[in-house]
Design a protein around this ligand. Structure first.
Ligand SMILES: [Zn+2]
Ligand SMILES: [Zn+2]
Length: 116
């Protein structure tokens, strides 16, 4: 969209028909958009916001990928999960003595269910 339709070469009847088609297409698109945004909202509610945001590396530079809280020097320092390589905060990470590495809560759960 965004392109203007040139209706000057059309008869009134044709122009009206084109407009009808465009309008129908537009309302369909709008419905689809509404549906998508509703779906997105539902995803957000399920806590997948972080997964979507994680695709934006900049976000993870400054915020924990798991709880979205911003990193602050010393108080909430940034550490990297050994498994998923995302930056995570203090409360979302736990130290794995065996691996001598930090791992995020999600990966910890995953590895726990794997070993079972
Ligand atoms: Zn966190
Ligand atoms: Zn992880």
């Amino acid at each position: 969209m965004g392109r203007k339709l040139d209706l000057s070469g059309l008869t009134d009847e044709e122009a009206e028909h084109v407009l009808q088609v465009v309008q129908r297409d537009f309302s369909l698109r709008k419905k689809e958009e509404e549906r998508l945004s509703e779906m997105k909202q539902r995803l957000d509610e399920e806590g997948n916001k972080c997964n979507i945001l994680s695709k934006q590396q900049k976000f993870n530079e400054h915020c924990c990928i798991r709880c979205c809280s911003p990193f602050t020097f010393l108080i909430n320092s940034k550490r990297q999960c050994q498994d998923c390589k995302y930056n995570i905060c203090k409360s979302c990470s736990s130290y794995q003595k065996k691996e001598k590495a930090w791992i995020c809560s999600v990966c910890q759960q995953a590895s726990r269910s794997r070993s079972r």
